[in-house]
Design a protein around this ligand. Structure first.
Ligand code: AP5
Length: 222
Protein backbone atom coordinates (compact mmCIF):
# COMPACT_ATOMS: atom_id res chain seq x y z
CA UNK A 1 0.00 0.00 0.00
CA UNK A 2 1.42 3.42 -1.02
CA UNK A 3 0.43 6.31 1.25
CA UNK A 4 1.19 10.00 1.32
CA UNK A 5 1.41 12.17 4.43
CA UNK A 6 0.99 15.76 3.38
CA UNK A 7 0.91 18.92 5.47
CA UNK A 8 2.78 22.01 6.59
CA UNK A 9 6.20 22.00 8.26
CA UNK A 10 5.98 20.84 11.87
CA UNK A 11 2.52 19.27 11.58
CA UNK A 12 3.91 15.86 12.56
CA UNK A 13 4.45 14.09 9.22
CA UNK A 14 7.76 12.56 10.34
CA UNK A 15 6.42 11.62 13.77
CA UNK A 16 3.34 9.94 12.33
CA UNK A 17 5.14 8.34 9.37
CA UNK A 18 7.46 6.52 11.78
CA UNK A 19 4.45 5.24 13.72
CA UNK A 20 2.62 4.14 10.53
CA UNK A 21 5.77 2.33 9.41
CA UNK A 22 5.67 0.32 12.63
CA UNK A 23 1.92 -0.26 12.54
CA UNK A 24 1.71 -1.22 8.85
CA UNK A 25 5.16 -2.75 8.30
CA UNK A 26 6.00 -0.65 5.23
CA UNK A 27 9.04 1.65 4.94
CA UNK A 28 8.96 5.41 5.51
CA UNK A 29 10.48 7.72 2.90
CA UNK A 30 11.13 11.31 3.99
CA UNK A 31 12.59 13.45 1.21
CA UNK A 32 13.66 16.03 3.86
CA UNK A 33 15.71 13.38 5.73
CA UNK A 34 17.08 12.01 2.48
CA UNK A 35 18.14 15.49 1.32
CA UNK A 36 19.80 16.24 4.68
CA UNK A 37 21.69 12.94 4.45
CA UNK A 38 22.84 13.76 0.91
CA UNK A 39 23.88 17.27 2.04
CA UNK A 40 25.90 15.87 4.95
CA UNK A 41 27.62 13.42 2.59
CA UNK A 42 28.26 16.15 -0.02
CA UNK A 43 26.65 14.17 -2.89
CA UNK A 44 25.47 15.76 -6.15
CA UNK A 45 21.86 15.89 -4.83
CA UNK A 46 22.92 17.29 -1.46
CA UNK A 47 25.18 20.00 -2.84
CA UNK A 48 22.51 21.22 -5.28
CA UNK A 49 19.77 21.20 -2.60
CA UNK A 50 21.60 22.75 0.37
CA UNK A 51 21.13 26.47 -0.43
CA UNK A 52 17.38 26.03 -1.16
CA UNK A 53 16.88 24.19 2.13
CA UNK A 54 18.81 26.79 4.15
CA UNK A 55 16.50 29.52 2.79
CA UNK A 56 13.38 27.42 3.48
CA UNK A 57 12.49 27.18 -0.23
CA UNK A 58 11.49 24.02 -2.03
CA UNK A 59 14.26 22.15 -3.81
CA UNK A 60 13.82 22.11 -7.65
CA UNK A 61 11.39 19.45 -8.89
CA UNK A 62 13.82 17.59 -11.21
CA UNK A 63 16.33 17.06 -8.44
CA UNK A 64 13.97 15.91 -5.69
CA UNK A 65 11.94 13.76 -8.09
CA UNK A 66 14.97 11.86 -9.39
CA UNK A 67 16.17 11.27 -5.83
CA UNK A 68 12.76 10.16 -4.49
CA UNK A 69 11.86 7.90 -7.42
CA UNK A 70 15.21 6.12 -7.10
CA UNK A 71 14.13 5.10 -3.59
CA UNK A 72 10.51 4.30 -4.45
CA UNK A 73 11.68 1.90 -7.22
CA UNK A 74 14.02 0.16 -4.79
CA UNK A 75 13.13 -3.43 -3.83
CA UNK A 76 12.71 -2.39 -0.20
CA UNK A 77 9.65 -0.32 -1.24
CA UNK A 78 8.08 -2.94 -3.53
CA UNK A 79 5.19 -3.67 -1.11
CA UNK A 80 4.48 0.06 -0.65
CA UNK A 81 5.85 3.06 1.18
CA UNK A 82 4.74 5.82 3.56
CA UNK A 83 5.69 8.97 1.66
CA UNK A 84 6.52 11.93 3.92
CA UNK A 85 7.02 15.24 2.12
CA UNK A 86 6.97 13.95 -1.47
CA UNK A 87 5.27 14.98 -3.72
CA UNK A 88 4.89 18.69 -2.85
CA UNK A 89 4.11 20.08 -6.30
CA UNK A 90 1.92 19.04 -9.23
CA UNK A 91 5.00 18.23 -11.31
CA UNK A 92 6.26 15.87 -8.59
CA UNK A 93 2.79 14.31 -8.24
CA UNK A 94 2.59 13.57 -11.96
CA UNK A 95 6.05 11.95 -11.92
CA UNK A 96 5.04 9.84 -8.91
CA UNK A 97 1.79 8.65 -10.53
CA UNK A 98 3.67 7.64 -13.69
CA UNK A 99 6.34 5.74 -11.73
CA UNK A 100 3.76 3.93 -9.58
CA UNK A 101 1.57 3.06 -12.58
CA UNK A 102 4.62 1.58 -14.37
CA UNK A 103 4.99 -0.78 -11.40
CA UNK A 104 1.24 -1.60 -11.30
CA UNK A 105 0.78 0.51 -8.15
CA UNK A 106 -1.18 3.60 -7.23
CA UNK A 107 -1.47 5.95 -4.28
CA UNK A 108 -4.11 4.53 -1.91
CA UNK A 109 -4.55 7.64 0.25
CA UNK A 110 -3.29 11.20 0.70
CA UNK A 111 -3.53 12.04 4.41
CA UNK A 112 -3.59 15.79 4.95
CA UNK A 113 -2.53 16.71 8.49
CA UNK A 114 -3.44 20.20 9.64
CA UNK A 115 -2.74 22.49 12.63
CA UNK A 116 -2.84 26.28 13.22
CA UNK A 117 0.32 28.26 12.26
CA UNK A 118 0.94 29.22 15.89
CA UNK A 119 1.12 25.53 16.87
CA UNK A 120 3.40 24.77 13.92
CA UNK A 121 5.84 27.58 14.76
CA UNK A 122 6.03 26.45 18.39
CA UNK A 123 6.71 22.84 17.35
CA UNK A 124 9.38 23.85 14.80
CA UNK A 125 11.33 26.34 16.88
CA UNK A 126 11.38 23.98 19.90
CA UNK A 127 12.34 20.86 17.93
CA UNK A 128 15.68 19.24 18.65
CA UNK A 129 16.91 16.26 16.61
CA UNK A 130 19.40 13.55 17.45
CA UNK A 131 22.59 13.83 15.39
CA UNK A 132 22.98 10.03 15.64
CA UNK A 133 19.67 8.19 15.07
CA UNK A 134 17.56 11.17 13.92
CA UNK A 135 15.01 10.80 16.75
CA UNK A 136 13.00 13.99 17.26
CA UNK A 137 12.37 15.84 20.57
CA UNK A 138 10.87 19.13 21.68
CA UNK A 139 12.19 21.53 24.32
CA UNK A 140 8.80 21.76 26.09
CA UNK A 141 6.52 19.10 24.64
CA UNK A 142 8.74 16.04 24.23
CA UNK A 143 11.80 16.44 26.45
CA UNK A 144 14.64 13.89 26.47
CA UNK A 145 15.36 12.25 29.84
CA UNK A 146 18.77 14.00 29.98
CA UNK A 147 18.72 17.55 28.56
CA UNK A 148 20.51 17.78 25.18
CA UNK A 149 21.00 14.01 24.87
CA UNK A 150 19.10 11.35 22.88
CA UNK A 151 17.19 8.76 24.93
CA UNK A 152 17.79 6.13 22.20
CA UNK A 153 21.48 6.39 21.40
CA UNK A 154 22.96 9.05 23.73
CA UNK A 155 24.08 11.37 20.89
CA UNK A 156 23.89 15.15 21.23
CA UNK A 157 20.62 16.84 20.21
CA UNK A 158 20.90 19.64 17.64
CA UNK A 159 18.57 22.25 16.17
CA UNK A 160 17.92 21.92 12.43
CA UNK A 161 19.31 24.90 10.50
CA UNK A 162 15.87 25.63 8.99
CA UNK A 163 13.99 25.57 12.34
CA UNK A 164 14.63 29.24 13.24
CA UNK A 165 11.45 31.36 13.49
CA UNK A 166 12.39 33.34 10.37
CA UNK A 167 13.07 30.33 8.11
CA UNK A 168 10.10 28.42 9.52
CA UNK A 169 7.84 31.28 8.33
CA UNK A 170 9.36 31.08 4.83
CA UNK A 171 8.74 27.29 4.83
CA UNK A 172 5.11 27.74 5.90
CA UNK A 173 4.54 30.27 3.10
CA UNK A 174 6.22 27.97 0.53
CA UNK A 175 3.99 25.12 1.68
CA UNK A 176 0.79 27.17 1.32
CA UNK A 177 1.81 28.41 -2.15
CA UNK A 178 2.89 25.07 -3.60
CA UNK A 179 0.62 22.56 -1.93
CA UNK A 180 -2.89 23.90 -2.56
CA UNK A 181 -3.03 22.61 -6.18
CA UNK A 182 -1.82 19.24 -4.93
CA UNK A 183 -4.66 19.01 -2.41
CA UNK A 184 -7.16 19.86 -5.14
CA UNK A 185 -5.71 17.08 -7.33
CA UNK A 186 -6.04 14.43 -4.60
CA UNK A 187 -9.51 15.69 -3.62
CA UNK A 188 -10.65 15.27 -7.24
CA UNK A 189 -9.16 11.76 -7.28
CA UNK A 190 -11.22 10.94 -4.15
CA UNK A 191 -8.19 9.90 -2.06
CA UNK A 192 -7.71 13.02 0.13
CA UNK A 193 -8.47 12.65 3.85
CA UNK A 194 -8.34 15.65 6.20
CA UNK A 195 -6.84 14.74 9.59
CA UNK A 196 -6.60 17.01 12.63
CA UNK A 197 -2.88 17.11 13.55
CA UNK A 198 -3.46 18.62 17.01
CA UNK A 199 -3.52 16.74 20.28
CA UNK A 200 -1.89 13.59 21.58
CA UNK A 201 0.51 11.85 19.16
CA UNK A 202 -1.11 8.42 19.78
CA UNK A 203 -4.61 9.82 19.18
CA UNK A 204 -3.50 11.24 15.84
CA UNK A 205 -2.05 7.84 14.83
CA UNK A 206 -5.39 6.24 15.70
CA UNK A 207 -7.20 8.81 13.49
CA UNK A 208 -4.87 7.93 10.59
CA UNK A 209 -5.23 4.17 11.08
CA UNK A 210 -9.03 4.48 11.22
CA UNK A 211 -9.02 6.17 7.80
CA UNK A 212 -6.61 3.53 6.45
CA UNK A 213 -8.47 0.49 7.82
CA UNK A 214 -10.44 -0.26 4.60
CA UNK A 215 -7.24 0.02 2.51
CA UNK A 216 -5.29 -2.25 4.86
CA UNK A 217 -8.01 -4.91 4.45
CA UNK A 218 -7.87 -4.46 0.66
CA UNK A 219 -4.09 -5.05 0.54
CA UNK A 220 -4.36 -8.03 2.89
CA UNK A 221 -6.99 -9.59 0.58
CA UNK A 222 -4.77 -8.99 -2.47
P1 AP5 B 1 11.21 18.30 5.59
O1 AP5 B 1 12.29 17.75 6.40
O2 AP5 B 1 10.23 17.40 4.95
O3 AP5 B 1 10.51 19.41 6.47
P2 AP5 B 1 8.99 19.88 6.59
O4 AP5 B 1 8.02 19.48 5.57
O5 AP5 B 1 9.17 21.33 6.71
O6 AP5 B 1 8.49 19.08 7.78
P3 AP5 B 1 9.20 18.92 9.17
O7 AP5 B 1 10.17 17.78 9.10
O8 AP5 B 1 9.75 20.23 9.63
O9 AP5 B 1 7.98 18.62 10.09
P4 AP5 B 1 7.07 17.34 10.25
O10 AP5 B 1 5.73 17.61 9.68
O11 AP5 B 1 7.78 16.09 9.78
O12 AP5 B 1 6.94 17.35 11.82
P5 AP5 B 1 7.66 16.47 12.93
O13 AP5 B 1 7.02 15.14 12.99
O14 AP5 B 1 9.15 16.52 12.80
O15 AP5 B 1 11.80 19.22 4.43
C1 AP5 B 1 12.84 20.13 4.69
C2 AP5 B 1 13.20 20.86 3.41
O16 AP5 B 1 13.63 19.93 2.41
C3 AP5 B 1 12.08 21.65 2.74
O17 AP5 B 1 11.93 22.93 3.31
C4 AP5 B 1 12.60 21.71 1.29
O18 AP5 B 1 13.61 22.65 1.15
C5 AP5 B 1 13.21 20.34 1.11
N1 AP5 B 1 12.25 19.33 0.59
C6 AP5 B 1 11.84 18.18 1.20
N2 AP5 B 1 10.98 17.50 0.41
C7 AP5 B 1 10.85 18.24 -0.72
C8 AP5 B 1 10.08 18.08 -1.92
N3 AP5 B 1 9.28 17.03 -2.12
N4 AP5 B 1 10.17 19.05 -2.87
C9 AP5 B 1 10.99 20.11 -2.71
N5 AP5 B 1 11.73 20.33 -1.61
C10 AP5 B 1 11.66 19.40 -0.62
O19 AP5 B 1 7.21 17.29 14.23
C11 AP5 B 1 7.72 18.60 14.47
C12 AP5 B 1 7.93 18.80 16.00
O20 AP5 B 1 6.67 18.72 16.65
C13 AP5 B 1 8.82 17.72 16.66
O21 AP5 B 1 9.56 18.32 17.70
C14 AP5 B 1 7.80 16.71 17.25
O22 AP5 B 1 8.31 16.03 18.38
C15 AP5 B 1 6.64 17.66 17.62
N6 AP5 B 1 5.32 17.00 17.48
C16 AP5 B 1 4.89 16.18 16.49
N7 AP5 B 1 3.61 15.82 16.70
C17 AP5 B 1 3.22 16.44 17.84
C18 AP5 B 1 1.99 16.49 18.57
N8 AP5 B 1 0.89 15.80 18.17
N9 AP5 B 1 1.95 17.25 19.68
C19 AP5 B 1 3.04 17.94 20.09
N10 AP5 B 1 4.23 17.94 19.45
C20 AP5 B 1 4.32 17.20 18.33
Amino acid sequence: MDLLLIGPPGVGKGTQAARLRQALGIPHLSTGDLLRRHAAEGTRFGTAAAAHMRRGDLVPDELVTEMALQQIRDRSCAAGVVLDGFPRTLTQAEALDTALAAAGRRLAAALHLTAPDQTLLRRLTGRRTCGGCGNSYHLDIRKPRTPGQCDNCGHRLVQRGDDTAETARVRLAAHTRQTQPLLARYRRAGILHEIDGCGDVGDITRRLLAVLAPHATESATL
